[in-house]
Design a protein around this ligand. Structure first.
Ligand code: AMO
Length: 423
């Protein structure tokens, strides 16, 4: 008998079907047993006669039986089993009872047993929504004439400043894991004008926080022949709308299950850094520096929500001291760099870049870098690099804030944090 998926069950009422999946949950009521079977499309209730031996939860099984309607069953249908075959038995009881404990047990426990906790409905849904966001990212940019690129993750110098680089041995040389594809995506603007990359990057963050990972998925964009950074911001606004639409259209069940409060995607106001500082100081009575800390970002997010009813807020014209050497200087210590806050968390940095060779050399030196270490990058600026700019979205942070996850680590299947290298 051909396999029927959980999602197809409503089309087979009265028929004998065969289901393949994992034993999600079981309960023996004495006279009768209930089981939930989970496959890639969803979960089905199965009624099993007493006396039939069910294997341990998380075993994979084949169920044959008749589909009937039952208003009390999850989804309104169930399968009256007349055959249970164990495809692959669980050898031990699962270390966490997935349907009951998901996101209720201590996060460390969930991550420790990630190979089974990922099977939980919420964990599965969160990563599927993330995949939809990434699909929306690719689809939108493809349609706008961007080319997908793949840059090296083993590099000879950091792009974002030296403090959080992971060093590795590269034969007889010292190398690093890439913090960002920044320098390579800029070089690739000279090739395709418009490029993007979806790839992991690495940051040796010493502190365990709810928003930092040591390996995360960076959604990078870079485009040439721009007027200024606002062209880049316009693109990011439309890109985010397209990404969120893709998630809404292709993962509606997952979003409903996670009880997602949909963000306002209509308006994404732009505030200069100077104006943001003024608000923090004068209206919110907060101490402010040249770069915003987590608390300042949260306060700005709350302010924007209350005052304008928005979830996304661009902060533009960042001071030079708070930006890397490649940020385009506008004079008076201000750059064309911007950040995007989503619900009070920075999910993007971006901006216009320096495209003039001499200015780059000078800015590298001003930030205490030896231009010789950036030789492979600098060369291309001798060959007609146009004004360009771009940004990077942290995929896990976007997912975290969209779904209201308590910790960014839940937005990654196998997170790497200060203390975790396995599973
Ligand atoms: P930045 O270093 O600000 O900019 O990083 C861009 C975005 O990546 C995310 N992010 C992180 N997510 C999880 N864990 C971390 N440790 C972490 N660090 C950063 C954030 C952040 O906004 N080259 C520039 C981008 C550009 O200008 O194009 C860069 O990497 O969402």
């Amino acid at each position: 008998m051909a396999r029927v998926l959980a999602s197809e069950i409503p089309h087979h009422v009265g028929e004998q079907v065969s289901l393949l999946g994992f034993l999600h949950w079981k309960r023996d009521l004495g006279g009768i047993q209930f089981a939930l079977v989970r496959d890639r499309s969803g979960i089905v209730q199965v009624v099993v006669e007493k006396g039939v031996d069910l294997p341990l939860a998380e075993s994979s099984i084949r169920v044959t039986g008749k589909v009937v309607e039952n208003a009390k069953a999850p989804g309104g249908y169930e399968v009256l089993a007349n055959g249970i075959e164990v495809v692959s038995a669980a050898l031990e009881p699962s270390p966490i009872e997935i349907p009951k404990e998901e996101w209720r047990v201590n996060p460390e426990t969930l991550l420790e047993y990630r190979y089974v906790s990922l099977r939980g409905e919420k964990a599965r849904a969160a990563l599927q929504v993330q995949a939809a966001l990434v699909r929306g990212f690719r689809n939108y940019l493809d349609a706008q004439g961007f080319t997908e690129i793949y840059t090296p993750k083993i590099v000879s110098a950091g792009a974002e400043g030296g403090s959080n680089l992971f060093g590795i041995d590269y034969f007889e040389k010292r190398a690093y894991l890439a913090q960002s594809p920044q320098l390579y995506k800029q070089i690739m603007v000279g090739v395709y004008e418009r490029v993007y990359e979806v790839a992991p990057v690495f940051r040796a963050e010493e502190h365990a926080t709810s928003r930092h990972l040591n390996e995360y998925l960076s959604l990078d964009v870079e485009m040439g022949f721009i007027q200024d950074e606002f062209e880049v911001i316009d693109l990011e606004e439309n890109l985010l709308r397209a990404m969120l639409e893709e998630a809404r259209h292709t993962t509606p069940k997952q979003l409903a299950m996670l009880e997602v409060e949909w963000p306002n995607t209509q308006e994404m106001p732009r505030l200069s850094h100077a104006e943001a500082r003024r608000i923090l100081r004068e209206e919110l009575s907060m101490p402010v520096g040249q770069d915003f800390n987590e608390e300042a970002e949260r306060a700005l997010g709350a302010y924007a929500k209350e005052k304008w009813g928005v979830d996304f807020l661009f902060v533009t014209k960042y001071p030079q001291v708070a930006r890397p050497f490649y940020a385009y200087p506008e004079g008076n210590g201000v750059t064309r760099g911007f950040d995007l806050l989503f619900r009070g968390l920075e999910i993007t940095s971006g901006g216009q870049r320096v495209h003039q060779y001499e200015v780059l050399i000078e800015q590298l030196r001003n930030k205490g870098n030896d231009p010789a270490n950036f030789a492979g990058y600098l060369e291309v600026f001798k060959y007609g690099m146009p004004p360009h700019g771009g940004f990077a979205i942290g995929a896990e942070r976007l997912t975290q804030k969209l779904l209201g996850l308590p910790n960014v680590r839940y937005a990654r299947a196998f997170p790497r944090d200060r203390h975790r290298l396995t599973p």
